[in-house]
Write a protein that binds this ligand. Structure first.
Ligand code: HEM
Length: 470
């Protein structure tokens, strides 16, 4: 038996269900529609009237769809449709020339230099997180998902607007987002299966209302900055919004107009905190259940940082913490699947994929695939240093938590820096323990979250002094 912790996840059924019952289980969580062979197969298919859906695990075809022939497989319009009331035509859902323009204009805001500029802002938000956690009593049981969502939303708020989340408006945005996220899967799944009639009008109305509220609040934050920039006001903070205001289309020289700015800001808020919060919450769950790894990570942080303030250059030196995050993203990739659409007839393995067919690529399946990974369900951050050649190959072929190709996550460097900073700061000061009898259960919704929260016990450590013997 493996000595590694293997987190519980929804047990796949031994046999495939009927297409209709797959659809109805997926309304609760798309993971419920998986069966054992999903984790072993190279490619599967589902057909409904007007819907051809292919699930691809074969790394060669994944590369074809996402990298070498990415233009032939644009992002599925169906997902965009569900997110449109909130995100408008934002970079996450657009395709073709419009997407290219947005990506070119947004790239500079996410260069390594910019990410380093954001570091003190991240550090300030993390310091506030530590204060909140320090106020809990020793050994208190606490749902870490709440804190991880708070700190990542705070970081994205401060880095976009230079405003902390504690502000009243920021907090209202946060609350309305939570309502919107809870409703999103109920709209997305029927759109994917082209069964829009299955969306309850009440859900659609509530979702549109939350989207309108969020956009109204974001507009109120963007407006004064937009107008100050137009007036040539020199006192502009150096945040992401400032980079977006200064961005110019390389062909026309035009900036983003006001609506475009709000679209991109709304998208960044969603993409930038929901994903990171999901991954960090799972990281805490894994660490609490792997006490030896947790102690080694604590030692690594103390040995490297002592009690001083972390700097951007420290992050890559915290190799174990880095690998813990990497391994968390393998086991619990926040974005569980990507949806693409075939724009032409295309042979794939033994199948003839027609134009308009949906191609689903799931990091959740690929990163737990029985053929691509040794001990696929085990939490083993050392795999990346121990079996270097083996894991390099798996990393290259079968690891894609940030996507790949031209649509790869724009905020990957930002997310990695933020995650290592949060985890190292948390582990330096606290010890995490599981709560007896509480088993977090993964559900696949907008991101991969726990259905019943991630409750852990937090113990403040005496001091940041290294354990004896190191
Ligand atoms: C652990 C954290 C994160 C994960 C796992 C993640 C994952 C992803 C994935 C998988 C995609 C591509 C989806 C697809 O191809 O269909 C994506 C796109 C994107 N992400 Fe992230 N993300 C994370 C954090 C962030 C952060 C912090 C930001 C911004 C601050 C961000 C901004 C974006 C943007 C702008 C795109 C769209 C890129 C494009 O289509 O050109 N992400 N992300």
């Amino acid at each position: 038996m493996s000595e590694h912790f293997c987190p519980v996840y929804p047990k796949p059924r031994s046999r495939r269900k009927s297409v209709w019952s797959m659809f109805f289980s997926a309304r609760h969580s798309w993971m419920d529609s998986l069966y054992e062979r999903s984790y072993r197969m190279q490619m599967g298919e589902v057909h409904l009237p007007g819907v051809d859906l292919y699930m691809v695990n074969d790394p060669v075809i994944v590369h074809q769809v996402m990298v070498s022939e990415a233009e032939q497989f644009p992002k599925s319009a169906l997902l965009g449709e569900a997110l449109e009331p909130l995100l408008g035509e934002s970079i996450f859902t657009t395709n073709g020339a419009l997407w290219q323009r947005q990506r070119q204009m947004m790239n500079p805001a996410f260069s390594q230099a910019r990410v380093n500029v954001a570091f003190p802002v991240m550090r300030a938000a993390v310091a506030d997180m530590l204060k909140r956690l320090s106020a809990l009593s020793q050994g208190a049981e606490y749902d870490l998902e709440v804190e991880m969502t708070h700190v990542t939303a705070d970081i994205i708020f401060r880095t976009i607007f230079s405003v902390p989340m504690e502000g009243r408006d920021a907090h209202r945005v946060f609350e309305a987002f939570a309502r919107y996220q809870a409703l999103a899967p109920r709209l997305m799944l029927p759109a994917m299966y082209r069964m829009r009639w299955l969306v309850w009008p009440w859900d659609r109305w509530r979702s549109r209302r939350a989207a309108k509220e969020i956009r109204g609040l974001l507009e109120a934050l963007v407006r004064p900055r937009y107008e100050a920039y137009q007036r040539g006001d020199p006192d502009q903070p150096t945040d992401i919004l400032a980079a977006f205001l200064a961005a110019r289309d390389e062909h026309t020289g035009q900036p983003f107009d006001f609506d475009e700015l709000v679209n991109q800001v709304a998208m960044l808020f969603l993409a930038g905190h929901e994903t990171s919060a999901s991954a960090l919450t799972w990281a805490c769950h894994l660490l609490a259940n792997a006490p030896q790894i947790q102690e080694r990570a604590h030692d690594e942080v103390v040995l490297h940082l002592g009690e001083r303030e972390p700097q951007p250059s420290d992050m890559k030196q915290l190799t174990l913490t880095w690998n813990i995050f990497r391994e968390t993203l393998r086991l619990f990739p926040p974005v569980g699947f990507f949806a693409r659409e075939s724009s032409r007839p295309c042979p794939m393995r033994d199948k003839q994929v027609k134009p308009g067919a949906s191609i689903i690529i799931s990091p959740w399946l690929i990163q737990r695939h029985r053929e691509w990974w040794v001990m696929p369900d085990a939490f083993d951050p050392d795999r990346y240093t121990r079996d270097e050649a083996l894991s390099k190959d798996s990393l290259k072929r079968a690891y894609l938590p940030f996507g790949m190709g031209p649509r790869v996550c724009l905020g990957a460097a930002f997310a990695q820096q933020e995650a290592v900073l949060i985890l190292s700061s948390l582990l330096r000061q606290f010890r995490l323990e599981p709560v007896q009898g509480h088993v977090p259960m993964a559900v696949g919704r907008l991101t991969v979250r726990s259905e019943n929260g991630v409750r852990l016990r937090l113990f403040q450590r005496d001091s940041a002094v290294c354990r004896e013997g190191l």
